[in-house]
Design a protein around this ligand. Structure first.
Ligand SMILES: Cc1cc2nc3c(=O)[nH]c(=O)nc-3n(C[C@H](O)[C@H](O)[C@H](O)COP(=O)(O)O)c2cc1C
Length: 378
């Protein structure tokens, strides 16, 4: 980015603008664009407008972009026809255009590979005949769904693992700088991690460690399908779209037991999704979820949740307004290395130049997020 060499960094925000190495991937600063679904890819094909959207954020100085969730090559993976797919010649050509545009603007980018699992409604596009793929025949809130189809066998699960591995190999072939696996918010990988949706009695269910088996096997398969230095990030969360109080780990010890198999499987970094980055995860310590993950694994971690805003993103869906807030807490926590990177969602959605404005002490010029921005998303 040319502007960074021209204008000095505001010393007050220095912690955000220290370089960071995610394995072999060198990042110029700590700002990550959070994955945000847009539904602007007709028939699952991301066009030049999608490339321009991401390139604008790269040109605006964001250190790393994680794309909107993109469906892996499995018939039950998706629920919208205009969410980008990560398979098929035309869609992949579109993604190649996205990578090239972001790199040309000086940025770095990873796709977020996604299988929606139980969140899909029976009969939803893009493949209406495909059954809902859910660990135990339960919907996202843990109640039975009649049309869920048969409970997946180990062989069915194998097909999903292959879909993620192929997606990761494709990401590397297209020139992406790494890959993020969507293991959060109640979607497929998370639905195996959470006892509310996973009641299986085979090797993929049971105690918290047994429930990590799918995630661990996906990570191992992705590792195998890509070169050892290709960064593999896993996004996890305690909360689900259907229940903000849900938890996959009730205590630091339980969190450690969930994370250990994932680390052993070869994940390089964890993106710990919370809706408010400043909230302590467990009693007796100010650490947030990302802070705990870093402490327990030693891996690089990404934190997230309402950066620069006073209202959580999920409130925006039900009419809540968010107002700008300062970054003091963030700078303090980042400066203290509680976590390594911070993902920014809505603030970057509304203002592609958010990063550069913050870097150069122009926070007052940041364009504020409004609900209408969900309709624009350009
Ligand atoms: C419009 C929108 C779409 C989102 N889509 C995704 C997604 O595809 N994958 C994902 O992991 N999180 C998704 N999220 C959550 C964001 O990645 C992020 O965690 C959340 O917005 C909190 O960050 P913020 O408060 O800075 O906006 C989405 C959020 C928004 C606002």
């Amino acid at each position: 980015m040319t502007t960074s060499t021209r204008t000095p960094t505001d010393p007050a925000v220095a912690p955000l603008f220290r370089p960071f190495s995610l394995g072999t991937l060198d990042l110029p600063n700590r700002v990550v664009m959070a994955p945000m679904t847009r539904r602007f890819s007709p028939d699952g094909v991301p066009g030049p407008d999608v490339a321009a959207y991401y390139a604008r954020r790269a040109a605006g100085g964001v250190g790393l972009i994680v794309t909107e969730g993109t469906y892996v090559d499995h018939p039950s993976a998706g629920e919208y026809a205009n969410v980008p797919r990560f398979h098929g010649e035309e869609a992949l050509l579109g993604w190649k255009g996205v990578v090239e545009a972001v790199h040309a603007a000086g940025g770095r980018i990873m796709p977020q590979l996604w299988h929606v699992g139980p969140v899909r409604k029976p009969g939803a596009p893009p493949f209406p005949d495909a059954p809902v793929f859910t660990p135990s025949g339960l919907g996202p809130d843990g109640t039975p769904i009649g049309a869920a189809g048969p409970v997946p066998t180990a062989r069915d699960i194998g097909a999903v693992i292959t879909a993620f591995a192929e997606g990761a190999a494709t990401a590397q072939r297209l020139g992406f700088d790494g890959v993020e696996l969507h293991g959060a918010h109640g979607y497929l990988i998370d639905s195996f991690l959470w006892e509310g949706t996973n009641r299986r009695t085979d090797a993929y269910g049971g105690d918290p460690v047994a429930r990590t088996r799918l995630a661990a096997e996906i990570i191992a398969a992705v590792r195998e399908a890509t070169s050892p230095d290709f960064p593999v990030v896993l996004r996890i969360s305690q909360w689900k779209g259907s229940d903000y109080t849900a938890r996959i780990a009730q205590s630091p010890a339980e969190l450690e037991s969930v994370l250990t198999p994932l680390v052993e499987a070869g994940v390089d970094a964890i993106h710990a999704s919370t809706r408010r980055y400043w909230l302590p995860e467990f009693d007796g310590s100010p650490l947030n979820l990302a802070g705990w993950v870093k402490k327990l694994t030693g891996l690089p971690v990404i934190s997230v949740g309402s950066v620069g805003l006073d209202e959580v993103f999920t409130a925006s869906f039900t009419g809540g307004e968010a107002h700008p807030t300062g970054l003091d807490q963030l700078l303090e926590r980042l400066g203290g290395d509680e976590f390594d990177l911070i993902a920014v969602g809505r603030a970057l959605l509304t203002d592609p130049e958010w990063t550069e404005k913050i870097r150069t002490g122009r926070a007052g010029e940041v364009v504020t997020f409004t609900r209408e921005d969900f309709g624009r998303l350009t």
